[in-house]
Design a protein around this ligand. Structure first.
Ligand code: ADP
Ligand code: MG
Ligand code: ZN
Length: 471
């Protein structure tokens, strides 16, 4: 690559409030067109906005989740533009005084990406174009859905950094209960600003903005496409123009939507109908105290205190409910690694295979902890632990009872096992002969025969020792 890419993001996130940001309409996706609107969110003249307190709290939580300062003073402005998706012809947003400023998120390679600001705004409606009839229809259900916009500094230098950041932001916002982070459903939408400059240069190039990317994969491909498009222009001695572009998944390219010359003049001015948001120190502290443990802190705890590998800790923290389940299990038995192995192994396997969710399983975290505990104490074998998990998954129940009733308790009676071993060896004299004359890799096979003959209660460690003695 001849040029250094420079990238900054603007990310819109729908807040998980019960109602919309300035009225009491339900904040719920779907419904027939224009059935979830009222005079306020559809922008009728003469109506007044009333700010949703919970939207403000969730925006503050987004700030804490991203290491921002949550400001004691923030205020709303009107951003004027004329387009049929917004009947009142201005969007209420925060321009001069956003609720959160100066945060950061660390991405792969330990690099710190600075967050410039997070502000609250309302979403607009949706136009549905019918190319066949040649008409456009307006659906205002989405008007007034509360959003935050997260704006980063142009600190990214590769698509991988951007993709890691977006995944971490989505994960943190889900942990904090701010946004469900579902890119494919549009509840988290990413605009990518990208320019290129010769390596070693200090001066950023002119940027293009790619709007509304809805998957981590599209983000990567749109960035790669833009890097090669802009490189070709510079190579030919041309100049990149500042413009907004749209990424097309089917063609895997970006097309110009509007240039800087056509850019809107938003004529921002203070929103006269909403008083500024004022927080006391106590109120800010109270919201901070409601924050759950964030994924980065959990990762640290799992690797440093529970002794999990980095990869296991990453998998374990990916989904909050799964990680919560692990925490409950770990709290009832300190077999951290064994519990983690059961959860990332057999339990994940069963969940993925059946398409269920950890919050819907038939067993408790304590049951998993008990199973791990029985394995650690040598009461059952590791193989039996897996089988018990299968039974718990199907039927639920108490692992100790299952182990007792279904013959999983390991027998440590060596003489009983020796008798079985003797029988297997005499039934397979030929194999034993081959083993003794040098085919050492047959050991595992013979061990398997003995294990099967002994049944699931046998202790593999004792069998292994006795078998080697006899062979
Ligand atoms: P504007 O107010 O004109 O939209 P901002 O300063 O708010 O400009 O920047 C918008 C986004 O563009 C931010 O995410 C920022 O990081 C990014 N950005 C700014 N300059 C560049 C550049 N030269 N190359 C890539 N991204 C940039
Ligand atoms: Mg901007
Ligand atoms: Zn409404």
């Amino acid at each position: 690559m001849r040029y250094q890419p420079v990238i900054g993001l603007e990310i819109h996130c729908e807040l998980l409030t019960g109602s919309k940001v300035f009225c009491s309409c339900r904040n719920e996706f779907g419904g027939g067109a224009n059935t979830r609107v009222c005079p306020r969110c559809s922008g009728m003249p003469g109506t007044l906005p009333l700010l949703n307190r919970n939207a403000v709290r969730l925006a503050a939580k987004a700030g804490f989740a991203t290491n921002c300062t949550v400001n004691k003073y923030s205020a709303f402005d009107r951003k004027n533009y004329f387009y049929p998706d917004l009947p009142k012809a201005y969007q209420i947003t925060q321009f001069e005084s956003p609720i959160c400023t100066d945060g950061y998120i660390d991405v792969i390679g330990g690099k710190r990406i600075r967050i410039n600001r997070i502000h609250i705004e309302e979403d607009a409606g949706k136009l549905v174009h019918d190319d066949y009839e040649g008409i456009s229809m307006a659906d205002y259900n989405r008007c007034g859905v509360p959003l935050i916009e997260i704006v980063t500094e142009p600190d990214f230098r590769s698509a991988e950094e951007v993709q890691d950041f977006v995944q971490k932001i989505a994960q943190s916002l889900r942990y904090a209960g701010v946004c469900d982070g579902r890119m494919e459903q549009g509840s988290l939408r990413v605009d990518v600003n990208i320019s290129i400059m010769p390596y070693g240069s200090e001066e950023f190039g002119t940027r293009a903005e790619i709007k509304n990317l809805n998957s981590v994969k599209s983000i990567g491909r749109a960035i790669e496409y833009e890097i090669s498009r802009q490189s070709e222009i510079l190579d030919k001695g041309g100049r990149v123009v500042q413009e907004t572009r749209r990424y097309n998944e089917n063609h895997d390219d970006t097309k110009a939507m509007r240039s800087k010359e056509e850019a809107h003049d938003y004529r921002y001015f203070p929103e006269p109908d909403i008083p500024p948001v004022l927080f006391s120190d106590d109120e800010i502290e109270q919201i901070r105290n409601e924050m759950p443990e964030m994924p980065a802190e959990r990762y640290r705890r799992y690797t440093e205190e529970y002794g999990l590998s980095g990869e296991d800790a990453r998998l374990m923290t990916a989904q909050k409910e799964f990680s919560d389940f692990y925490d409950s299990a770990a709290a009832s038995a300190p077999e951290y690694r064994l519990i983690s192995n059961l959860m990332l192994g057999e339990i994940s396997h069963l969940i993925n295979e059946t398409g269920t969710d950890i919050s819907n399983v038939k067993f408790t975290p304590e049951a998993v902890a008990k199973t791990a505990k029985m394995t650690a104490s040598g009461t059952i074998s590791k193989g039996s632990a897996k089988e018990i998990i299968d039974i718990l998954f199907e039927e639920g129940g108490d692992p100790e009872k299952i182990a007792g009733e279904r013959g999983f308790i390991m027998s440590n009676d060596a003489s009983e096992m020796e008798a079985v071993i003797d029988k297997v060896l005499s039934d397979n004299a030929e194999l034993v002969e081959q083993y003794r004359s040098g085919s050492e890799k047959l050991f595992g096979y013979i061990m398997g025969l003995v294990m099967r003959a002994c049944g699931k209660g046998a202790n593999p460690a004792i069998i292994k020792q006795k078998l080697s003695e006899k062979l």
